[in-house]
Ligand binder design. Structure first.
Ligand code: PMP
Length: 387
């Protein structure tokens, strides 16, 4: 029987614990800086105007019903998602080397990829290790360990420069056992907001190639980071152009504001010049994993995204909405930095504006974060227990 002794109490998810504390706080001045969700000038969730339009189109579609989607998801959605991340003229799409599955947002995509690698990674003895950036999105740790893979860290964030520790990262990847799985944030690294430059990505690609590692991209912020969809996909497209075998977990939670609708996709990209049917074999195995986990993905979010991605006019309206969100985030960063500097707050605050996306490693200590919460009702995660 299952008892309190053989089923230990699990720790509360730090981020969702913080949200609960925020909700309980009766202060009318309270501010929630914990969860990674975009807010407008009134601190309210923002429904993208283009998403409202797509919603109206959906509502008025007389053909719409509640049937199951195919196991791999809505075909016009996955093919548009593929083009969005890899580029419409990607050599991998042209050569038919991509297997794409609609997933339960980005989390489900990381999970599907983890499950597939745990089962089919060619290095089964010994098992490959998954290298995660230090720090990373906390959920990476449990998603990969839950499928039986072991995890290790590579240095990423330099506390001195509050920027990328490229030397530490390259040397750790160089010292990792050949054939390891390397999880890379495609853009707007969570939680540091620090991304490699194109030249640094090239160095990362070199060591991944030299050690025959498997690059696993997690892309939760395309277009949301810089406002430019192609720029935020640069690293992934570079690796694909270089002929890497890779996979991508893609989330539409942030860039469409479809958080709770769970729209995402998983793409496996085979390298060039493989036997023709390799990608079909991979797709067939992914279909079995998907079937046993979720049977078929949820319809609503993918229908919304698909309407927008497949209509040039709505697509350009979406790009406008992306610029609104990324522009506001950049403004908030500027505002925070200039106010800290105007008050002559000790230390350098340059990193607040050089970091990108919705997360920032402020450099505040645990104690300072605690004071912000207790005295000023500002709720943010403590350093090193990021969202
Ligand atoms: N990966 C990273 C790095 C993230 O920051 C997030 C969102 N916090 C996700 C994946 C997945 O989020 P979702 O499942 O909501 O798409």
């Amino acid at each position: 029987i299952f008892t309190a002794v053989n089923v230990p109490q699990a720790p509360e998810d730090p981020l969702f614990g913080l949200m609960a504390a925020y909700r309980k706080d009766p202060s009318d001045k309270k501010v929630d800086l914990g969860i990674g969700a975009y807010r407008d000038d009134n601190a309210k969730p923002w429904i993208l105007p283009v998403v409202r339009k797509a919603d109206d189109i959906l509502k008025n579609d007389p053909e719409l019903n509640h049937e199951y989607l195919p196991i791999a998801g809505l075909p016009q959605y996955t093919s548009a998602a593929q083009k969005l991340i890899l580029g419409a003229d990607s050599p991998a799409i042209k050569d038919n080397r991509v297997a794409s599955f609609q997933t339960i947002s980005g989390t489900g995509a990381v999970h599907l990829g983890a499950l597939f690698l745990a089962k089919f990674h060619p290095h089964q003895q010994p098992r490959p290790t998954v290298y995660l950036s230090d720090p990373t999105w906390a959920n990476h740790n449990q998603i990969f360990t839950n499928v039986g893979l072991s995890i290790a860290k590579y240095p990423y964030f330099s506390r001195e420069t509050k920027g990328l520790d490229i030397e530490g990262m390259v040397s750790a990847l160089n010292n990792a056992p050949a054939g390891s799985i390397i999880v890379l944030h495609a853009c707007a690294h969570n939680p540091t907001g620090v991304d490699p430059s194109p030249d640094q990505w090239k160095r990362i690609a070199e060591v991944v190639r030299a050690k025959n590692h498997f690059p696993f991209f997690d892309c939760a912020y395309q277009g949301f980071a810089s406002g430019d969809l192609a720029r935020d996909a640069w690293a992934i497209r570079y690796f694909v152009e270089q002929g890497f075998e890779t996979c991508i977990a893609q989330s539409f939670a942030k860039n469409f504001g479809l958080y709770g609708e769970r729209a995402g996709a998983y793409h496996f990209v085979s390298p060039p010049n493989q036997p023709d049917n390799s990608i079909q074999h991979i797709a067939s195995q992914l279909a079995i994993l998907q079937r046993s986990e979720i049977s078929n993905p949820p319809a609503y979010g993918s229908r919304i995204a698909s309407i927008i991605l497949n209509d040039p006019k709505l697509f350009s309206e979406w790009e406008e909405d992306l610029r609104t969100m990324s522009g506001r985030i950049a403004e908030m960063r500027k505002g925070l930095r200039s106010r800290l500097e105007a008050r002559q707050t000790p230390g350098s605050w340059e990193h607040i504006t050089s970091q990108i996306g919705m997360f920032s490693f402020t450099g505040l200590s645990e104690k300072q974060v605690q004071i912000l919460r207790e005295k000023w009702h500002i709720y943010m995660v403590t350093p090193l227990s990021p969202p």
